[in-house]
Design a protein around this ligand. Structure first.
Ligand code: 5GP
Ligand code: MG
Length: 177
C-alpha cells in the first residue's frame, strides 16, 4: 500500500510571490512610519514572514509567538495555550500578527485576545490564507493573501505531522490520501 499522500498544487510559488508583494505594498502604505512589531505565529508562518519582511523596506521589529492548538494530524484539539511567548514589550506598539492560515479561527482569536490584553497601540492581522468554511470564532483579517477551499493544505511553511513545510508551493492533499 502507498502511504505517501498525493499532493496537488493549489498556488504556485510565483502566485505566492505575487500575493506576498501585494500584501507588502498594502502593509507598507499603513505602517512605514510606525516602526511596527510584526509577530509571526510559529511554526507555520516562518516562510511567509521571511518573504514578507524582505519586501518591507522600512524599520520594523520581528517577534514570534507559538501557540499549541493542533496536535498531530489534521484536527484542532480546540484547547489553546501560548507555549512560546514574546521578549519585546507589546504595550503601546503597532502590532501586526502574521499567520499562515485562519481555519476555525480559534487559535488566531485566542492569540489576538492574548495580545490585546497587553495594550498595544493597534493590533491587526495579516494572514496568507483564509479557510472561511471552517470558522468557529469570528476573526477579522486585515490583510489577506488567498481565500482557500475546505482542504488540508501543506507546503510553504504548512505541515502535516511536521512534513512538507519545505515545499515552495502551497499544495493540498487529495481526497482519501
Ligand atoms: P485554527 O483552526 O485555530 O484557525 O488553526 C490553527 C492552526 O491549525 C493554524 O495556524 C495551522 O497551523 C493549522 N491549520 C489549520 N488549517 C490547516 C491546513 O489546512 N493545513 C495545515 N498544514 N495546517 C492547518
Ligand atoms: Mg498557524
Amino acid at each position: 500500500m502507498d502511504s505517501q499522500p498525493k499532493l496537488k498544487i493549489l498556488f504556485t510559488k510565483e502566485e505566492i510571490e505575487a500575493a506576498v508583494k501585494r500584501l507588502a505594498a498594502e502593509i507598507k502604505e499603513d505602517y512605514q512610519s510606525k516602526y511596527p512589531l510584526l509577530i509571526g505565529v510559529l511554526k507555520g508562518s516562518f516562510m511567509f514572514m521571511a518573504d514578507l519582511i524582505r519586501q518591507l523596506d522600512f524599520p520594523l521589529e520581528v517577534e514570534f509567538i507559538r501557540a499549541s492548538s493542533y496536535g498531530r494530524g489534521r484536527e484542532s484539539s480546540g484547547k489553546i495555550k501560548v507555549v512560546q511567548s514574546l521578549r519585546s514589550p507589546v504595550k503601546g506598539r503597532d502590532v501586526l500578527v502574521i499567520e499562515d492560515i485562519v481555519d476555525t479561527g480559534l487559535t488566531t482569536g485566542f492569540l489576538l485576545d492574548y495580545l490585546r490584553k497587553k495594550k498595544p497601540a493597534s493590533l491587526k492581522l495579516c494572514a496568507l490564507t483564509d479557510k472561511p468554511s471552517r470558522r468557529q470564532a469570528p476573526v477579522t483579517i486585515d490583510y489577506l493573501g488567498f481565500t482557500v477551499p475546505n482542504k488540508f493544505l501543506v507546503g510553504y511553511g504548512l505541515d502535516l505531522d511536521e512534513k512538507f513545510r519545505n515545499l515552495p508551493d502551497i499544495c493540498f492533499l487529495e481526497e482519501g490520501s
